[in-house]
Structure formats: structure tokens, C-alpha cells
Write a protein that binds this ligand. Sequence first.
Ligand SMILES: [Zn+2]
Length: 305
Amino acid sequence: MSQRQFYKPKGALNPACAIAAAAMCFTASLIIGGLIGAADSVGSVKLSIVVAIAVLLAVGAAVAVLTRVARVQYPWFAILLCFPSVGLAAYGYAVIRAAFLTGWDAILWNPLDLILFIIALPENLTTSDQYTDETREMTSGEGWFFVGIRLAFACMGMMINPIVTWAMSRNWPPYCAVCRKWISEPIVTNSYALSADKAELKEVAKQFKNGVFEPTDSLAATDNLQGHHFTFEFRYCEDCCDDIYLDVAQVTVDAKDSSKNAKTPLVRKEIVPIELLNKYAKDGVTESTGGDAGEPEAEDAPASI
Ligand SMILES: [Zn+2]
């Protein structure tokens, strides 16, 4: 059996796209940081913990989305952008938080001023800054705990957000470097129902994962998407007809609420021969979600791989 091949981003990183991605990510991160600074200043302790966890994920998610919008096809670039973005979110947070603590007439923009302010902060905090009703000066230990817990969140954000970006960028569709566009919509989507027999389900899922797609020959294609089923999605660029990419996923639809379904990717963006696409395009239920593409005829489909 020949070596399996999977989608890899191709083409040069377009400088204009890279700059646009950086500009969007940095602006969004500053705003996210500022909003969280405001929420942390006016909220209850409970809210501040919720928003602190939110910031841990929000920046990484925003970077993944905006880098894709800017049409940068390389996940490593998004992950790289994540580090300065988290730094800028922390900066936006500090500016807004300091303004709430000291008053808005002298906003500290200069990073050096902010650092000096943070260093002096533990000695100058009052307990009311920690959202209690009583007002007395915090002890040095309490003050450092107040500042330290926020610094700890910033450090965790630096570690967790690139992981969020990486996880989200795995779900990016293939990118056509020739036409400079994402190939988002599948051209052919087939679904195969399966009984809820756990052993059978596991066995078929394992075969698909290993690139053995023959089990679909004995399964009925279906558009009745209840219970357990497998989806086969084929994508290719309709303008240049480059490689054909196959995604296979196992989907479990909740019996009570069909909008709830769990999707487990089994195969991601595998490059497959045209014969496989043609076989599945003719196979039973074929939904075309790719505009007016319809069911690809032999002459419409990519001519060669
Ligand atoms: Zn193309």
C-alpha cells in the first residue's frame, strides 16, 4: 500500500496577508485585554475568575480566526502571532485596570510606567480593591497575592493560548495557494448510517482511521442522520482542480436533541485519488453544498492528481 499523503500548506507566505493578520490580531488582543480589565475592575470576585479563564482562551481563539480571515495558510504563523498577542492583551488589561485603580485623569500608557506602577501596587492596595465592603490597607502579603494571581494568569495565558490556536488551526480547511482562497465547502458529502453496536462502530472507525475505506461498500448511504453515522467530505479547488482532500468523521447525534452532535474526526485532509471521489460521488445520497457545483461529472472533476 502506498504511503498516505495529507494536505500541507503550500506557497509563499504573502507579506500583505501576514501584516494584515498581525494588525488584526494585535488590535483584537488589546481590546480583549481592555475589556477584561474593565470586567475585572467592576465585577465580583466570581466574575473576575470567570473572565480570567475567558481571557486564557479568547486571545488564542481570536488569533486562529483572524489569521484565517487574513488568508495566512500556515498554522505556525498563527501560533507565532499568539505570543505577542497575549502580551498585548496583558498590556491592555494593565492599562485599563490601572486606570480604574488610580483614576482616569492620568492613564498609564508607557509600559515602563506601568511596570513601576505594578511593582509599587502591592503596597498601595486597599481591601476594597478586592471587592470587599471594608476599606483598610492590605498587608504586603495580601497585596502581592492580588497582583501575583493576575501575573500567574498572564503566564498561563502565554502557555495555553498557543495551544488553543494550534487546536483551532487544525480544523482550517485546505488552502489553494494558486487561487489564494480557502476551500471551505465540501463538493461531495456522503453519510453512512451504522447500528449502535459499539464493537462494529469501533472496528469501522479504526479502519477508516487507517485509510481503509472499503467498509462503506457494505454500508447504506443515508440522509437520515440519526444516531451514529460517518461522514465523508471531499474538497478540491473548483478553479484550478488541484489535489482532492478527504475528511472522514464519526458523528453521534443525541437521541433527544438532534442539534447536539459529537463529531470525532478520523481522517483530516487526506489527499486521495480521483477514482475515490468519483466512486463516492456516484454513491447513493450525494449532497452538494458547494454552490451550483452539482454532482461532479467525470469531465468536471479534476483531470489529474
Ligand atoms: Zn485553486
